[in-house]
Ligand binder design. Structure first.
Ligand SMILES: [Zn+2]
Length: 50
């Protein structure tokens, strides 16, 4: 049996390591991923994935 299935699984796992940027949709403040809203202005958090 070949190892291509394991290699595909490894590739899928690496997708979780993609960079995410969290910032306030209102004021553009950089936010921690574990907050629900901007501590500065209370605005909604926007998440950008690269
Ligand atoms: Zn804000």
């Amino acid at each position: 049996m070949s190892t291509w299935v394991l290699q595909l699984m490894a590739d899928g796992g690496s997708a979780e390591a993609e960079t995410k940027h969290h910032e306030c949709r209102n004021c553009g403040e950089n936010l921690s991923p574990d907050v629900d809203e901007c501590p500065t202005c209370g605005g909604e958090m926007a998440v950008y994935t690269f």
